[in-house]
Structures are given as C-alpha cells and as structure tokens.
Design a protein around this ligand. Sequence first.
Ligand code: JFZ
Length: 446
Amino acid sequence: MKKVLTLFLTFILILQAVFTVPVQSAAYDIPSNMDWWADSHFGMFIHLGAYSYYGQGEWAMSEQNISKKEYQENIASKFNPESFDAKTIVDYACKAGMKYIVITAKHHEGLAMWDTQVESFKDYTGTKLFSLQQYTPFGRTGRDILMELKEACDAAGIKFGLYYSIIDWNHPSQETGTSFTTMASMEARANYIKDMKAQLNELVRRYNPSVMWFDGDWTYNNKEATLESWWTEQDGKDLYNYMKELKPDIIVNERVCRGYGLGDFECPEQRVPIKAPSRLWETCQTMNYAWGYKESCEKTYREIKYILREFVTAVSRGGNYLLNIGPKGDGTMTGGSKKILNNIGKWMDIYSDSIYGTVKSPFGKEPGWGVYTQKDKNVYAHVFKWSKNRQLKIKCYKNKKPSGVRLNNSSGKKLKFSIKNNNIIVKLPEKAPDKRDTVIVTEYKN
Ligand code: JFZ
C-alpha cells in the first residue's frame, strides 16, 4: 500500500513539474519560492540603527571619521528606540499596499539589532556585546523589536525580511578604510566570516525571514582575498549556499557579491533601469534622499507623484519596488513618511489591480504618456500625461482588437475607442481621474 502511495505521489509531482506554467510573458521562469515576491511588486525597507539616534544618516561614522570609541560611547550607547511600534509600521505598510518588509538587522555600523550571542561582536573595550540588547539603554526593556516586527508581519499576512551588512565598521577585525573596510589579518578575516555566518544562523533560526538582503559587499573581487579587498566572489557564492542550507526557500539578493550574477534577484545600480535585467529584480528607493534618519532631509521629501510613477515604472519593467522609511532614534515613523505611505495607499486602493500579479509591459518601447503593465488578458495603460485633445493611443496587444476599454477605477467607466494601424485610439474623459497616474485597462477575450 505504502509503495503504491509513493508511486502515486511521485506521479503527481512529475505531472506538477511538467505542467507548471511559467508566469506569462516573463522571459524567465520564476522559481516557486519567489512567486509571492514577483507577484507582490511592492515592499517596505526600514533603516533603523544607532545612526537613527545621531540623525545624520547611516554613513555618518565613515563620512565624519568618527572613531569606534566615539561612535560607541557617544552614539550607540544612547540609542533607545523605546517608542518603536511594530503594529503601527505594519499598518502603514499594509495600507500602502506593501506585501513585505525588510529591516536592517545589522548595518555597516555593526550594531546587532537582536540579542546576538556571537562572542566576537564586541565593543572596543572587548567587554560588551555590540547589540541593541547588550549595549544600549533599550536593553533594559527586554524587548526584541525584530521579533515584534516579524510577529506583526505574520499577523498581517505580509512577509518579513532582514538586511545584513557584510562589512562591519565596529567589529574588532576591521578598520574603516576609504570605502571598504580593511581586515587586521587573514586569520581575522577567516574568523569574521565564520562569526558572520553564526550571526546569520541566529537570525534565520530566530526570525525565519523570507528575504535576506545583503549589502556592504562591494569589492568586486573575483581573485584571492587581500586585507583591503577581503570579500571575494567565492565568499559570495559560499554565503549564498550557506543561506540556502539554513533555509532552502529563503530569497537572497545579489549583493552577496554584486556584479557576478549571484543571488536570486538583481539590485540594479541605476535607479530604475531603462532596460530591464534578464532576471527578477528590485530597486530600493528613498522617500527623501536618506536611508537612515537624517534630520536635514526631513524637509526634502520627494513629491508623491514622482515616487508613485517611479514605482509603477519599475513594475512596468518587471521589477519590484522597495520603498524605504528611516524612523527616528526613538523608533517612531516620521511625519513625511506617513504622509507618503497614506497617499500611495489611496492610489493602491483603487488601482492595485494593475500592480499585483502583473508582468512587464508586453510592448518594447514605452509610450510618451506613461507605461504599461500586464496581467493575463488585460493590458493596463498607466497614464501620467493626460492629453489635451482627449485622445490616447494605446498599442493593440498581439495585434488584436480589445473587447473593451475602461477606466480601471471603481467607476469602471467604459471608454469609446477606435482602431487605427494596430493602435487603439481611446476617447478620454476631459479631466484625468488621477493626475499622478490614471489607469486605463484594455481587455482581450482571447
Ligand atoms: C547601500 C548602503 O551603503 C546604504 O547605506 C543603504 O543601506 C542602501 C540601501 O544600500 O547603498 C547603496 C548601494 C547601492 C545602491 C544604492 C545605495 N544602488 O545600487 O543604487
């Protein structure tokens, strides 16, 4: 009986493998562990660390040449995100339509945002572990904000991910160099990599993250390690394999060692690449030109219109959009970030159909008025520029005539159209229902 069952199950598995249809019109197959990621298109990035308390961005230590001693004693030891409220943050993310959150577990500054037990991650005196729990006044609360956030994500049904920096400005093995860190010795290098993996092991065991987002890898070294260029392509490959051993379905970005096509998705260097990479990709963006809280950038929030269009453009080119918030040192969200998330949410409430589950535009060239996304037999025209003559030219999908053209908002208003040279000429309402991006859907029967 058991044998028959096994045989039957094997048969089902084979059938499944044969008939798994790759997501429509994507040039690549999407591995099943990444389906949710590719469908969601939209996540939240959170930069929170001791730099948030200092308020001058997460690069301050390096930019201002602050010594380990100064940074630890004057900045990290005062960091106290006691007003961090995971539920509020997750609520904002959900309202904005975001389907995953990636938070900094350890940024370049090296402060572990969880109660790490890995011995070598000590302060400069070698007496205290350099972590939120052991080094800062917040430790007294006994709280674990990564767990709070993870649990809030679970409760809301969105995915949870962690950011981890490969370089570490405060680890005893390294000194901050010009851009990358310098290792004290080859032995220090080997031990650090071992300890880094021990920390990653802690993170995966504890928080079971869906995404591991690496950074601080930029040596582009495909040769032997040196003290100045101590992170190599081989280290990147090893790290990727290590993560998959810990958790086979974890999603890892390419910054295990960028530039070598590693990882599960690309993080393009340009803001939103004109030519989409040939595999899954994600662009991360700030709202105000700062990742970690930077007081001077609180007045420089970008216009919602541009953030929204950048997001939609990324999706139209097949990408994901990871939009950052930099909470203040006390852990609270900034007013500017709340406002932007609320506004994106209002747009998503109406138009998220044209985002979730879509693939990139089926047409090569982008039109002058906006961008396209596509899902099944629907092609969505995202109209950024409303034409004064009330005519919009949309391409016919596969040279076919659409069965209908309508506004993609709750009105669902049908729009008159005619076909000319494989183009749909749509008669637009006089005013754009949404000046930032009005979505018009063209539907095809087959
Ligand atoms: C890195 C970090 O150095 C920075 O502090 C922040 O955490 C950010 C998310 O990642 O900086 C980069 C690296 C690459 C790009 C942008 C910022 N890029 O590819 O556009």
